[in-house]
Design a binder for this molecule. Structure first.
Ligand code: ATP
Ligand code: MG
Length: 336
């Protein structure tokens, strides 16, 4: 198996523990990747602005990265990465974990594909005196095209259904453009059905009947709300994985950044008890991106099977520490 070099952006809090878990998994799988580490801890980022650049250039040169949680003081490292590398789309897979108590008893298996740029999140606007302010909402054709192609290709590998969601009857200019572009792209994927739903209605339907949904594609803000909500639905907010991509002109992902969806968890950092499932799953998606498709899928399934078998970390009501859980995942991903 050829070893692929990837960047590794190390962070703060539980980042070191999550990284140790991913390294143990990588070694157990026969080291399909070699990590080029860059220390993105707050201390080093504040000491030298060159540290951020070093990380960005490593990801650009190597085309793939594992990223661990970082503290944001003034500059958000995630925002900088997104801007500088043109990461246009964020993919959040979301599956229910059997054995994790949650509000919903059915099976959730859906994908949120979110445009990572624009919307109202550039915060472009002006304050007009004491009583008012305006903010500009941006929608650009190219990131919508990337997101739509990504969503339809993903659906081809799942349950062949894409739902686009926005407030197209109200935000007719921006969400109107979004829906227009998704509908255009849909014509290229005849084997996948496309429905469009108003975002408010979708939230209610998704809570009542999440099995209906396969791939949901949406503008930046809605995707932000939705991806946290679906993790709430499966009872494991912060433990999922997230992937961000930059694309070629023909909408192929050319750079992938993979990270656990949770934060730095300062309250438990250094205790060796953090749940590494999100980080290990993110690594599974990195493997798939780097051409190790079967191995990556096997690893993601191993995380689910481990939790389903009742081998859980403390945050999920179990007793295992970070490394004991990681070893349990390894036993499933690498049968003896
Ligand atoms: P940040 O600003 O980096 O988001 P935070 O203080 O908001 O940090 P989070 O990381 O968002 O903390 O975590 C919120 C809660 O979830 C904390 O109680 C934390 O311990 C818990 N948590 C987050 N990630 C994990 C994990 N991987 N394993 C176990 N518990 C976690
Ligand atoms: Mg947080």
């Amino acid at each position: 198996m050829a070893t692929r070099e990837v960047a590794e952006l190390n962070g703060d809090g539980i980042a070191a523990e999550l990284r140790a878990a991913v390294h143990a998994v990588n070694e157990a799988l026969g080291s399909p990747v070699a990590f080029r580490p860059i220390d993105w801890s707050l201390e080093r980022r504040e000491a030298s602005p060159a540290v951020l650049e070093e990380g960005i250039e490593a990801v650009r040169a190597l085309g793939a990265a594992m990223k661990y949680p970082t503290v944001t003081e003034t500059v958000s490292p995630n925002q900088v990465l997104r801007d500088r590398l043109g990461l246009a789309v964020i993919h959040r897979p979301c599956r229910s974990y059997p054995g994790v108590s949650r509000n919903y008893t059915g099976k959730v298996d859906l994908h949120v594909v979110r445009i990572a740029t624009g919307g109202t999140y550039e915060d472009a606007g002006i304050r007009i005196g004491y009583y008012s302010a305006v903010s500009v909402r941006v929608m650009e054709r190219t990131p919508v095209e990337h997101a739509a192609h990504f969503a339809f290709r993903l659906a081809e590998q799942h349950r062949q259904a894409v739902t686009s969601t926005s407030k197209y009857t109200i935000q007719r200019a921006t969400d109107g453009l979004f829906e227009e572009v998704v509908a255009e792209v849909a014509t290229e994927y005849r084997n996948v059905t496309h429905n469009r739903e108003l975002f408010d209605a979708l939230l209610a339907k998704l809570i009542i009947n999440p099995e209906r949904y396969d791939v949901v594609v949406c503008p930046n803000e809605y995707g932000d709300f939705l991806s946290d909500m679906v993790y709430g639905l499966v009872g494991s907010i912060g433990l999922g994985a997230s992937a961000s991509y930059a694309f070629s002109k023909s909408h192929q992902p050319i750079i992938g950044v993979f990270d656990p969806a949770g934060g730095t968890a300062p309250d438990i950092a250094g205790k060796g008890i953090a749940n590494p499932s999100g980080a290990i799953e993110a690594f599974g998606y990195l493997l798939q991106f780097c051409g190790h498709g079967a191995l990556g899928r096997q690893l993601v399934d191993a995380v689910h099977d481990t939790i389903a078998a009742g081998e859980k970390t403390r945050d999920l009501g179990g007793t295992l520490d970070t490394m004991a859980f990681t070893q349990a995942v390894i036993r499933r991903a690498v049968p003896a």
